[in-house]
Design a protein around this ligand. Sequence first.
Ligand SMILES: Cc1cc2nc3c(=O)[nH]c(=O)nc-3n(C[C@H](O)[C@H](O)[C@H](O)COP(=O)(O)O)c2cc1C
Length: 116
Amino acid sequence: MKIAYASRTGNVESIVNQLDLESIHISSGTETIDEPYILFTYTDGWGDVPFEVETFLEINDPSLLQGVVASGDYSYGEAYCLAGDKIAEAYGVEVLYRVENAGTQEDLEAIRNVIE
Ligand SMILES: Cc1cc2nc3c(=O)[nH]c(=O)nc-3n(C[C@H](O)[C@H](O)[C@H](O)COP(=O)(O)O)c2cc1C
């Protein structure tokens, strides 16, 4: 399964790099994808979907999105990883996993299992 990911400060990128799967980095949001993929994203603002991720989702075929893995920080309380929940609701997919920052080895294992 291909991965498309957004990462501003490197946490999501470090997770994706450890998965050893084909991936594309969403940077401006104008990147295109033409095969099924899982989206990995950080959470911005107060539970917000990063701007570049919104753009990426708008310009690409929504039927290719298979699920979302969201990264956040517990200190945001109710807004923890909410970007994932918002995308899941808008696109009718599941939040496959919520991970704090760059995650632990346990998180990595769990993510590997859930995206298999
Ligand atoms: C300005 C800013 C706003 C954030 N807002 C949230 C938030 O609302 N909810 C949350 O769970 N995490 C929030 N975070 C935490 C990041 O989503 C989290 O650290 C994530 O791992 C960053 O991923 P990245 O290093 O790949 O960019 C915020 C971080 C920053 C810097």
